[in-house]
Design a binder for this molecule. Structure first.
Ligand SMILES: [Zn+2]
Length: 392
């Protein structure tokens, strides 16, 4: 693509300008007085911030007549969500899922492609092809966000990605060179946490935990509306939380850690031993309703999941837990055992943290990757490209 649009001027800027735009993006149109109150700004300060944004078209007044809570006429402000577009891509070990989104992360178009190899050059070529194909219909994107399971460094390089079998791959840099786009690379749990916090089950929740179960255990954390990010976030430390001292050992020798007792593969293996035949995970979850042996296996795992929720809550004091991932059916199939596990380690006077169970598609993760491109501190390569585009 030539004519790559420049990032919005506010991207990655930790400022009241960004706060205004984000608040309006997440909470929707708002009157000036409500916005000022929400951000703790005086009317004059807010006006200083919004004036240039209204002039440039980033912000606009919602057309029509509106009446505020006091009965006086008001003119709510909104972000022009279609002024900038972004592409998000979720890369697994075998496939890449891409979405073209607007600033509200609404999906305008989507595309996906299989990965025929894990070679970084191939993965970069596939992602670049998807990004180009999504822009072929005339909507140019301001940035490209990619999320994957693993350790992602601030410069966009990947330290370690187990599903792709990568170590020390300068992925973000090479992808930016291949696409001529500003690129943000994010750990996939961070991307998922972003989309859930901005536009999903965690919307409006200041302190939030995201837990995923499936092949392993994933964890994302929002405190004071900020995603807690760390270079080691993608290494999955929470997955090694000890839950069952009698359980089998994980790959690095922890007996009964969360990665083992909650993994779909281990739950299937436990069921195979108890039932004397192998039953796929989804079938096993249904079988628990009628077979006491299957019930016991499923209940045991759900009890451990409940314990993990309570341990995580004890340290981070969230207002809500969002549970997702391909193994999420466990919580639906064994609600009583989950509840018992949640109570087991909890101080009796503490109420249980509200839980929401959500099923998400690959496109959902891709939307989070797009938000990473909008929101994460712009890596230096993106800044360089922005400057280059400005000076061109
Ligand atoms: Zn472990």
């Amino acid at each position: 693509m030539d004519a790559t649009p420049v990032h919005p001027s506010w991207l990655g800027e930790p400022s009241s300008t960004r706060d205004v735009l984000y608040r309006l993006l997440i909470d929707g149109p708002m009157s000036r007085s409500a916005l000022a109150e929400r951000l703790g700004l005086s009317a004059a300060s807010l006006s200083r911030v919004t004036k240039p944004l209204l002039a440039s078209g980033e912000l606009r007044e919602v057309p029509g007549r509106h009446v505020g809570p006091t009965g006086r006429p008001t003119q709510p402000l909104e972000v022009d969500a279609d002024r900038h577009h972004f592409i998000g891509v979720k890369v697994t070990g075998t496939h890449a899922y891409a979405a073209l989104v607007n600033l509200r992360a609404d999906v305008l178009d989507a595309a996906d492609a299989p990965l025929r190899s894990k070679d970084p050059d191939h993965v970069i070529a596939v992602v670049a092809r998807l990004a180009n194909s999504l822009q072929e219909r005339g909507t140019a994107a301001s940035g490209l966000g990619v999320c994957l399971g693993g350790q992602v460094r601030e410069d966009g390089s990947v330290g370690y990605a187990p599903f792709l079998e990568w170590q020390n791959v300068p992925f973000g840099q090479q992808l930016a060179a291949a696409t001529s786009m500003p690129v943000a690379v994010a750990n996939d749990l961070n991307a998922l946490t972003l989309i859930e916090h901005w536009h999903g089950a965690g919307r409006g929740v200041e302190n939030l935990i995201i837990l995923t179960i499936g092949a392993g255990v994933g964890y994302g954390l929002v405190i004071n509306n900020q995603l807690i990010n760390d270079v080691n976030a993608g290494l999955g430390q929470v997955g090694h939380t000890p839950l069952d001292p009698t359980g089998p050992a994980c790959g690095i020798g922890h007996r009964g850690c969360a990665n083992v007792v909650l993994s779909t593969r281990n739950i299937e293996a436990q069921a195979a031993v108890s039932l004397g035949k192998s039953v796929p995970y989804d079938r096993l979850m249904k079988l628990a309703a009628e077979d006491p042996v299957a019930r016991q296996v499923v209940d045991q795992a759900a009890f451990s999941l409940g314990r993990l929720m309570t341990i995580a809550s004890a340290f981070t004091m969230p207002q809500k837990i969002v549970l997702t991932g391909e193994g999420v059916e466990l919580a639906v199939a064994a609600p009583e055992a989950l509840k018992a596990g949640r109570s087991h380690d909890r101080e009796q006077h503490t109420p249980a943290v509200p839980l929401e169970i959500v099923e998400v598609s690959h496109t959902h993760w891709a939307r989070g990757a797009a938000i990473a491109a909008m929101q994460l501190p712009a890596p230096s390569l993106a800044v360089d490209q922005m400057l280059e585009a400005v000076n061109r």
